[in-house]
Design a protein around this ligand. Structure first.
Ligand code: 5GP
Length: 349
């Protein structure tokens, strides 16, 4: 046994220190980033926020709405090939440019993804997604996918430490997905005692990835737009959101009514709810590592996105970053023991 000294930090432990700025207005801030990749020759530009590949969030409907903002959607892996065919036929180039195809690491996943990519050359992104990206089997699968798709942008995860980021990039990933345990409906830290505070994970993993000309996605743990700004400030290239996008028209959660108010169900992909939905059972050797929550229904995702992008632009003006790309360079974090003033929370329903 060994103890690593030095406290690791989460979003709640820091604030971004304001800096002198020549920007006159938030409208001057450019959130579009242009990326080139380690393996893929694709040049992609857009706002590097990603709707999570959870079955309630990463829907085709979400992709249609978010592509209007040049934001990505990681489509969940439970759509059939037939669903994909219908989606691709009905979607413009622009929508497909903002879509990430998610897969697990089974043989069926491998066969299906080959068929999905035959549907359109406009599909550029693959996300190989497992809860624990530290397994040898996962690394072998990544190598296989890189061999089959030499020019696609491959994201792989999740991991939280620099040495594993390096291994995944060397094995064929353009982008590594970072986050174990920070998610809004995740109970991994409680069930297993395993995890890594997200801000420190970003700082350490971004450093490892950028050294090899790779990129990272910070996945999980953002609960307000300030957290997204902190994730970018810490060095993340992309930020993935689940909970912040839940409860909207574009989601596929069930709606329930209570005292004439509408709520939508949102659950983790390792929750009992998800496992029962897709495997019809909870396997005996597994424990659930996700929970189900009921959240007030929020209507169209557009309003939430505008609010998030407004917050992000404002963060950039506070530190004088004319482009989102400059945010990391202009970020100094201060460690804090306070965040929001919660005096009026007692009046919340
Ligand atoms: P959020 O933005 O809601 O904080 O986090 C979203 C992320 O949580 C997802 O992209 C995924 O990585 C993670 N996640 C989703 N469902 C589960 C689950 O059931 N268990 C765990 N451990 N993580 C989950």
């Amino acid at each position: 046994m060994r103890i690593e000294e030095g406290v690791k930090l989460g979003f709640k432990d820091v604030l971004i220190r304001p800096k002198r700025s020549t920007l006159k207005s938030r409208s001057q801030v450019d959130l579009i980033r242009v990326f080139s990749f380690k393996y893929s020759s694709v040049i992609w530009s857009g706002i590097p926020i990603i709707a999570a590949n959870m079955d309630t969030i990463g829907t085709f409907q979400m992709a249609r709405s978010l592509s209007n903002f040049k934001i990505l959607t990681a489509i969940h892996k439970y759509y059939s090939l037939e669903d994909w065919k219908n989606f691709v036929i009905l979607s413009s180039k622009d929508i497909l440019n903002h879509v990430i195809v998610s897969i697990g690491i089974s043989t069926e996943d491998f066969i299906k993804i080959k068929k999905i990519f035959l549907l359109s050359s406009e599909l550029k992104y693959i996300c190989i997604d497992v809860a624990n990206g530290y397994s040898e089997h996962f690394v072998s699968f990544l190598k296989l996918i890189r061999e089959c798709f030499p020019d696609k942008i491959i994201c792989a995860g999740n991991v939280v430490t620099g040495e594993m980021v390096e291994e995944l990039i060397i094995s064929g990933a353009d982008i590594v997905k970072v986050g174990i345990g920070p998610g809004s409906v995740c109970t991994t830290r409680v069930k297993t005692g395993v995890g890594y505070p997200q801000l420190s994970a970003i700082i350490e993993c971004a450093d490892a990835a950028h050294g090899l000309k790779g990129q990272i996605i910070s996945d999980g743990g953002c609960s307000v737009s300030g957290d997204i700004a902190k994730a970018f400030g810490a060095g993340s290239d992309f930020v993935m959101l689940g909970g912040m996008l839940s409860g909207h028209n574009e989601c596929s959660g069930d709606i329930v009514e209570k005292k004439s108010k509408k709520y939508m169900l949102f659950y983790g992909m390792s929750s009992v709810a998800a496992m029962q939905r897709y495997t019809g059972e909870m396997r005996g050797y597994r424990a659930s590592e996700g929970k189900t929550v009921k959240i007030p229904f929020r209507g169209d995702v557009d309003f939430t996105i505008r609010d998030i992008l407004g917050g992000l632009r404002s963060a950039c003006t506070y530190v004088g970053a004319e482009k989102l790309k400059e945010l990391t360079k202009r970020t100094t974090f201060i460690k804090v023991t306070e965040q929001e003033n919660c005096i009026f929370n007692i009046f919340k329903e």
